[in-house]
Ligand binder design. Sequence first.
Ligand code: OGA
Ligand code: NI
Length: 362
Amino acid sequence: MAPSFDDGNSLFNFVVRDGNGVKGMVDSGLSTVPQAYMQPPIERIDKDRARKHGQPPIDLSKLGGPEHEEVAKQIVRASESLGFFQVVNHGVPVDLLESLKDTAHDFFSLPAEKKAVYRADVSPTPLVKYGTSFVPQKEKALEWKDYISMQYTNDAEALQNWPEEIRDVSLEYLRTSMSMVRNLLQVLLENLGVKPEDSMIDVLVDKKMVNMNYYPTCPNPDFTVGVGRHSDMGTLTILLQDGIGGLYVKIEEDSEFGKKGEWVEIPPVPGALVINVGDMIQVLSNGKYKSAEHRVRTTSTKSRVSIPVFTMPNATAKIAPLPEVVEKDGNALYKEFILADYMKNFFSNAHDGKKSLDFAKN
Ligand code: OGA
Ligand code: NI
C-alpha cells in the first residue's frame, strides 16, 4: 500500500529507498504535488516566458563535403554561445530513435521490483544503476524523474549486465552515435588550433553511458522540475528527447540566440538529436566552448522520456585546458585535476547550475 506522501520520511522510503520512484507514487493516485517536490519559486519554470530556440538543426551529412566549412562554423558558433544544438543526418537510424523511446516507456512500466533490483546499493553490477531524482539525500526539493543508467565498458559486459529489456537498443544507439561524436569533436578541436589525433579523441570519449530518463505526469508542473538547473560534467552529451518538450537552456552570453540569462526551449524536432557541450569541453577549451546550463519542466498530460548518451574521459585522466589554447590566451582559467576528483564533487552535490565548474577554476 502507498504511504502518506504528506510525510517526508514515508515518501522518501517509498519513492527512493524502496525503489518505487516517482512513477510508483503517481500510479498510486496523486492529485497534488507532495511538499518534498515543491521547488522554491526561484527554481520554478515559467513556461510562458521562455522563447523557443529557432535555430534549424545542423545537417551533419554535409561534413566532409563541399559545405564542410559552413557546417563546421555552425557547430563552433553554437558551442561557443549556447552550448546546445540539434543535428540531423547524424547516423543513428530514425526507426532506432522510435524504438528507444518505446523501449524506455516499456521499461519504466515494469513492476517496481523489476527496476528496483538495480538500485545503487543492491545492483548486481556496478555498471547499472536505477534511481530517482539526482542526489535525493542532499536535495531540498526532489526532482520529478526516475532513471536508469548503464555504463559501457565493452560489448560482452554490456550484453551480460545491462537489463535485457533495454540492452540491445541501447547498445545499438551507442554504436551508431559514436562516429558522430568523434566528428563533432574533430571540428571543435580543429577550430581551437589543435590537430586532433584519433588517440586524443579516444581519451575524450573513453567512458560512455546510456541513460533512460522517465518523467511521469505531474499534477502541477508549475511547482516542480523534471531536472533542476545543471550542466553535464562530461565531454559531449547526445540527447534523444520525445515530442513533449520542456527542455530549457540558459543563454550564457548575449548572442544571435538571445540575451544573457534568458532561458530558451529546445523544441522537439522529429528525427533530430540534441547535442550539448559538457564541463570537460569548457575546461579543455579554456572557456571558449560553453557547457550549457539546462533544466527540464514536467508535464501534466503525458509522461516524457529522454535518452542521453554521456561521453567522458576515464576517471584517472588528468584534465586541464589545452596548452595550444592557453598559449594563445595567455592564461589558464582552469587548473589541472584528476577527473575522478571532479566527478566526486559533481555527484555528491545537488544540482546547482554551473557551480560544478568552480571546482576546476584557477
Ligand atoms: C540529463 C538531462 C535532459 C532531458 O539527463 O542530464 O539534462 O531532456 N536531460 O531529459
Ligand atoms: Ni543534462
